[in-house]
Design a protein around this ligand. Structure first.
Ligand code: T4K
Length: 378
């Protein structure tokens, strides 16, 4: 088989779930066959909550069945009304969590360099109907937490960060989940750290633990007392067991992602028309994503042409996040995506390249070669 044929059969997807050694997971779950206690805040669930508080350097944390329910439940616990200022440059989950809480999203544009909320536009969007801000640390890039905090205090707003992309990140030596009133993490299979599906809310005020507990467990307060209308968002013991195992390896995994991420940077950093992700000051990053923004007027080929060329070689890059959420069909005619021109611009040009710890550096070089070969004189 020639090299081209061999490569064509080897698919590389945008990411690959991290799994612990199989024996380690089997050992971790073995006790479940003795206790038969496999969900409803079991021992592993409770142990993982403690371990994550320590690892993420947050004072309070409640585990959830997934990252989306972490967002929905945290918003619900705040008991908000009216409008929530947020970004359209995100996964569906962020906007849907707002709408599914009967709140109205108000979209703020993003920065061109780090893709997080453009805080210079935030104050203009605050009205007497605004009750919260829901920014996203997109790709693991930290938002302007100081300015968001200042405005939230000035106008009495809650701040919930969508921290789905930021597991294990620290900013000025503080855990990312310690900023704002609360942060929602995702531990989905595709994330830097996974519990298969899973998530957590970290928060400031200790009383929120009971509120979240009731919300994720049908509002049950005691065996004969249901005093809230809650849902079901409990993390089960098999998820928690995966979380306990993956936590033992996460640092090693992030270190491997760093090497992959730096190899992309070495290959692509001087290619005119390709914008790489920013390196933020005072941030310990987790190398969650490798976004590139392609300016066709300089590079000579478009984002879509790169996407297709990679796909033809069995490489599954992804257009995270295209389309932006304020242009979704489910919101037809409700919002104006032209009101967030930078988010619209970036979404039409961004491509996230494959990254996971065990991605072979030769494959990274091959991906970059395919991209560079598409460079045309303009
Ligand atoms: N907020 C933000 C900003 C988010 O990005 C997300 C989730 C959330 C909130 C909500 O958190 P969760 O409720 O999901 O915990 C994926 C993930 O499903 C989603 O978690 C993630 N963001 C989003 C950015 O990406 P898809 O539809 O692109 O996933 P999928 O199934 O196409 O998987 C992508 C690649 O990952 C596959 O090509 C192969 C690999 N993969 C996937 C799965 C499911 C694995 O290696 N193993 C697997 O089990 O949404």
């Amino acid at each position: 088989m020639n090299d081209k044929k061999k490569n064509a059969t080897k698919k590389i997807l945008v990411t690959r779930a991290t799994l612990p050694p199989m024996e380690e997971y089997i050992e971790e779950i073995a006790s479940l066959w003795e206790s038969h206690h496999i969900t409803n805040m079991g021992k592993k669930h409770n142990l993982l909550e403690e371990k994550l508080k320590e690892y993420l350097r947050v004072d309070q944390l409640s585990l959830m069945v997934n990252g989306h329910m972490a967002l929905e439940m945290a918003l619900q616990a705040f008991n908000l009304r009216g409008e929530v200022i947020t970004t359209p440059f995100t996964f569906a989950s962020t906007t849907h969590a707002i709408v599914r809480n009967n709140l109205t999203p108000v979209f703020c544009d993003i920065n061109k360099d780090d893709f997080t909320l453009d805080v210079s536009q935030l104050e203009n969007l605050i009205t007497d109907r605004t009750s919260a801000i829901l920014p996203v640390h997109v790709y693991g890039n930290i938002c302007d937490v100081d300015e968001i905090d200042r405005l939230a205090k000035k106008y009495g707003l809650k701040v919930l960060y969508d921290a789905a992309h930021t597991f294990g990140e620290f900013y000025r030596d503080r855990g990312i989940g310690s900023f704002g009133d609360a942060s929602a993490f995702s531990f989905h299979a595709t994330k830097v750290y996974n519990t298969i599906e899973g998530g957590a809310v970290s928060f400031k005020v200790p009383e929120m633990y009971v509120d979240l507990y009731r919300l994720k467990n049908f509002g049950i307060r005691g065996p004969e007392n249901v005093d809230w209308v809650g849902g079901n968002a409990k993390m089960n013991e098999f998820q928690a067991a995966m979380g306990l195992c993956n936590l033992r390896h996460v640092e090693e995994h992030i270190a491997k992602r760093k090497i992959v991420s730096e190899r992309y940077r070495d290959n692509l950093e001087n290619i005119a028309g390709i914008q790489l992700n920013i390196v933020q000051k005072d941030l310990v990053p987790n190398y969650a994503y490798v976004p590139i923004v392609v300016d066709e007027s300089i590079f000579g080929s478009s984002r879509n042409e790169i996407f297709q060329a990679l796909a033809a070689e069995g490489i599954g890059a992804r257009k995270y996040f295209y389309p932006i959420t304020n242009s979704y069909n489910c919101f037809y005619n409700k919002y104006d995506s032209n009101a967030t021109p930078t988010a619209l611009y970036i979404s039409k040009r961004v491509l996230t390249l494959p990254i996971y710890g065990d991605l072979d550096l030769k494959e990274v070089d091959r991906i970059c070669r395919i991209i560079i070969q598409l460079k045309k004189a303009v």
